[in-house]
Design a protein around this ligand. Structure first.
Ligand code: AMP
Length: 289
């Protein structure tokens, strides 16, 4: 695995591979890697000839009162995880490499960035689309791998890639969870023992609603009730919503299309998000069409 810190070195490394027809996979991350990232890297390694992983804690996607300074970091462990997951190149740019003096051009996302996390993190998705567009332009991947855990991010980035005609296909990888159900997240490291135990109620709520859905419950209000009951354990719920999995528009009444049940909640000062997909069977869709 090659470790590269500058855009020029990365381009020099990738150019001959691209010219030789190699398929390039890309996994953008903010580091403090876990098996969720590992799953993305492994999928890329399985489907591409070269897998580039970037670690860049992107300042422009953090709000002024958010956890940029305290975002967890452990480069040595990250390198080992990348090696084990079969990454070919680890790209570690400094902030000044991505945002040199004079930088002033941003990618402005549209409506898809407004609900859910966008409502509570103004500017967050603008920071994400800007850095991902830059990273796509630097790496020029054939495939880019993102986690379903950040569902809104996948929808916003897919739209951006279409709108800007970026020649990259997105692959969304299912959320990797701890054995007890908690979605893996770099921010889980900030939870003390008590908060870690209580954080479980996020996935418990989502999975309870999914179980009810799988048994035939289709009423949005009742599904949200199933999810909300276990959430008594969190310190505060930021949102708990059913949205159309493609348009992110709120679902009221009957869940009759691909729907995401999304939650964001605080455990102390740590903000956690999670979601599950509720997909009616093909037969149902036909019945309702
Ligand atoms: P981050 O380092 O948090 O920016 O995440 C980098 C990528 O890993 C994003 O595409 C995330 O959606 C993905 N990711 C984070 N946690 C998980 C998880 N538990 N399972 C699958 N993918 C994940």
């Amino acid at each position: 695995m090659r470790v590269v810190r500058t855009i020029a070195d990365l381009r020099a490394l990738l150019r001959p591979l691209r010219e030789a027809g190699k398929r390039i996979g890309f996994v953008p991350t903010m580091g403090f890697l876990h098996e969720g990232h590992g799953a993305l890297i492994r999928q890329s390694a399985a489907r591409c000839d070269t897998t580039v992983v970037s670690i860049f804690v992107n300042p422009s996607q953090f709000g002024p009162s958010e956890d940029l300074a305290s975002y967890p970091r452990d480069l040595e462990r990250d390198q080992n995880l990348c090696l084990e997951a079969d990454a070919s190149v680890l790209f570690l740019p400094e902030v000044a490499e991505i945002y040199p003096t004079g930088f002033q051009t941003h990618v402005e996302p549209g409506r898809l960035a407004e609900p859910l996390c966008g409502r509570y993190r103004p500017g967050h998705f603008r920071g994400v689309t800007t850095v991902v567009a830059k990273l796509f332009s630097i790496v020029q991947p054939d495939l880019a791998f993102f986690g379903q855990k950040d569902l809104q991010q996948t929808v916003v980035i897919r739209r951006m890639a279409r709108d800007l005609n970026l020649p990259v296909d997105l692959v969304v990888v299912p959320t990797v969870r701890e054995p007890d159900g908690l979605a893996l997240s770099s921010r889980n490291a900030n939870l003390d023992e008590d908060a870690r135990r209580r954080a479980l109620c996020l996935s418990e709520g989502l999975l309870a609603a999914k179980a009810a859905f799988d048994e035939g419950e289709r009423d949005a209000t009742r599904l949200l009730e199933f999810a909300r009951r276990p959430l008594a354990g969190v310190d505060s719920i930021q949102y708990l919503e059913l949205v159309d999995a493609q348009t992110l528009e709120a679902i009221h009444g009957a869940v009759d299309r691909s729907t995401a049940l999304c939650v964001a909640a605080y455990m102390g000062s740590t903000r956690l998000i999670d979601n599950v997909l509720l997909v009616p069977s093909a037969g149902e869709a036909v019945l309702q069409a």
